[in-house]
Ligand binder design. Structure first.
Ligand code: SAM
Length: 433
């Protein structure tokens, strides 16, 4: 049970103990200190994407210390700020950071700052084609959160965080150019449409003045679609949404020979990752036409003959029958129950007696079962779903209610939530008499 009056001394002690655990872990493993420096590793050692993280995975106790430390620091900070200051400066004015981020993204400021060394505000403004005074003010604002730093008076250099604005450009761009306008339209959208579950009555539709649902619109706008695909790839490298939770959290190898249909599989990054751990499986990645064409081009770099791409609209009946698994990662959460049940229902006639549906999506935890910090990651995703898709992150009861709507013989066989993962794996099959 959470208390509304935590002891600041208890919090400080918790912070001290957890910090010692993390410090000992870094020292014992001869790891560099955590740092904002531009050459610092931007992930906690051992938790970044495999391709860039050579460090051993931290133990459960180190990860628990990190989790508790984040929560305790946040709670202590908020108490010390007082409700009055926190409301005004942190909560009500959160959009100011988003405004700065939009400026930095749109005018490619992170690209114009050298990776090594620094640049004067005057040269930076010239290079980016922006006003020097405005650029300086905006950068000085986000420097208060350790994005960029003033290396010497009047000169800007990167920090580890601002360098990520380049590597995670698609994620920043998607959030700041698609969702940030949607967020500011929620009031008007609800006035106009109420709590609509329709795909084209979202805050995104209102903010961007579009008639089509977001994915159908992206099909016609290759630049915005490519950015979205890049965002999904990036998310697979994020600590809470790492694709490894999918490859390790389900016995893919145990399926032996068979086909996995990756429904709405985008660039196929989930299929490629599973293919590495399950050598006997073949994969068909299905998506909309232009996404599929883009995905095929991207896949040329890491060709794998066992992964093929196919155009398929998941709002239509599934055409591949008898697959071992129909995988839906990050799909059902994009839709209201009315549409998600149609997508799942389209799979049922294609399933053989041993076919499974594997859904990987968030399951919103019950109150007080995880830290507020962890819960907020899922609720941030829930807001994203509400604003751009009129969709929802479900708790377990809501998932069960959705499955019951799809077919009376559809059974949830198991739910696995790998430690650290913001998503769970749900395995379903049809019960046969
Ligand atoms: C949130 S992304 C998830 C992608 C991927 N499964 C993953 O885990 O990264 C949703 C995907 O569904 C695709 N999609 C949207 N509407 C679709 C439809 N009607 N038929 C097939 N795919 C669709 C989108 O193009 C996008 O690639």
């Amino acid at each position: 049970m959470s208390t509304l009056t935590p002891s600041i001394l208890d919090l400080a002690n918790e912070i001290q103990l957890a910090t010692e655990t993390i410090h000992a872990y870094l020292q014992d493993n001869s790891l560099l200190p955590l740092s904002f420096s531009s050459d610092a590793f931007p992930f906690f050692p051992g938790t970044g994407p495999r391709s860039v993280d050579p460090f051993p995975k931290p133990s459960g106790s180190v990860q628990n210390a990190r989790r508790d430390l984040r929560q305790a620091c946040e709670t202590l900070l908020q108490l010390i700020m007082t409700p009055a200051d926190h409301l005004i400066w942190n909560f009500a004015c959160a959009h100011d950071s988003s405004a700065c981020l939009q400026y930095v993204y749109r005018f490619r400021i992170a690209d114009a700052v050298p990776v090594l060394g620094d640049i004067s505000y005057a040269d930076l403004a010239k290079k980016a084609g922006v006003d020097q005074g405005q650029c300086t003010r905006i950068l000085r604002m986000i420097m208060t959160q350790n994005y960029f730093h003033e290396a010497k008076p009047g000169h800007v250099g990167h920090t580890a965080g601002s360098k990520l604005l380049q590597t995670l450009k698609d994620t920043v761009g998607y959030v700041i150019e698609e969702t940030f306008p949607s967020a500011s339209s929620i009031g008007g959208t609800v006035k106009r449409y109420g709590a609509s579950g329709e795909r084209n009555e979202t805050a995104w539709n209102v903010a961007h003045g579009k008639e089509l649902p977001i994915f159908e619109y992206f099909e016609q706008d290759p630049i915005r679609m490519t950015r979205f695909l890049g965002h999904m790839d990036n998310l697979g490298s994020n600590e809470a949404y790492n694709i490894e939770y999918l490859t390790r959290g389900y016995d893919w190898k145990g399926l032996g020979k068979g086909t996995v249909v990756d429904v709405g599989g985008s660039t196929g990054h989930a299929s490629f990752a599973i293919a590495r751990v399950a050598p006997e499986l073949d994969f068909v990645v299905q998506d909309l036409k232009n996404v599929t064409e883009g995905a095929k081009k991207r896949a040329e770099d890491h060709k794998n003959e066992r992964v093929v791409f196919e155009v398929h609209d998941f709002l239509q009946p599934q055409t591949i029958t008898g697959a071992s698994v129909y995988l839906l990662r990050f799909i059902c959460h994009d839709y209201s129950d009315k549409i998600a049940s149609k997508i799942l229902g389209n799979l049922i006639p294609a399933m053989a007696s041993n076919s499974k549906i594997v859904i990987m999506d968030g399951i919103v935890p019950g109150p007080h079962t995880v830290t507020k910090f962890e819960e907020r990651i899922m609720r941030t995703m829930d807001m994203e779903m509400m604003l751009n898709f009129n969709a929802v992150e479900r708790d377990l009861e809501s998932w069960k209610a959705l499955f019951a709507k799809v077919h009376r013989r559809l059974r949830l066989l198991q739910v696995v939530t790998p430690p650290g993962s913001a998503q769970s794996i749900m395995e379903l099959a049809m019960e046969h008499h």
